[in-house]
Design a protein around this ligand. Structure first.
Ligand code: HEC
Length: 100
């Protein structure tokens, strides 16, 4: 009984940590750079202004919609299955900010 209480308490302490949402920076580092760093599968590279400018011109909302549904070699949500639309939009902003 005592051990069970102890485990339950530990669970309560750990759960909020593991459920804590990723920041946009973490999403980019954990999910997006895998392809966008090296240009895997034709992904626009992080420093390739020429590849990004026509995309950036469409606006961040249009780019976010493409990430949500996936395109070409990019799977839906850019592999971040737990990301919601708002978080993906922030990730797009983080990723494209240096090119603007
Ligand atoms: C498995 C590889 C892969 C991963 C992971 C990935 N991408 Fe992509 N991404 C691509 C490829 C390939 C394209 C080019 C698609 C095309 O134009 O055919 C692309 C295109 C894009 C575009 C441009 C869409 C447009 O408007 O044309 C954005 C924005 C983008 N990715 C954001 C992200 C974000 C944000 C993440 C992380 C959440 C991510 N990507 C993860 C491969 C990836």
């Amino acid at each position: 009984m005592k051990l069970r209480n102890c485990l339950a308490l530990a669970g309560l302490l750990v759960a909020p940590l593991s459920l804590q949402a990723m920041t946009a920076d973490e999403v980019v580092q954990n999910h997006c750079v895998a392809c966008h760093q090296a240009g895997l599968g034709g992904a626009p590279k992080l420093d390739d202004k020429a590849a990004w400018s026509p995309r950036i011109a469409k606006g961040v909302d249009a780019m976010t919609q493409i990430v949500l549904t996936g395109k070409g070699a990019m799977p839906p949500k850019g592999t971040c299955g737990s990301c919601d639309e708002a978080l993906l939009k922030s990730a797009v902003e983080v990723m494209t900010a240096p090119m603007k």
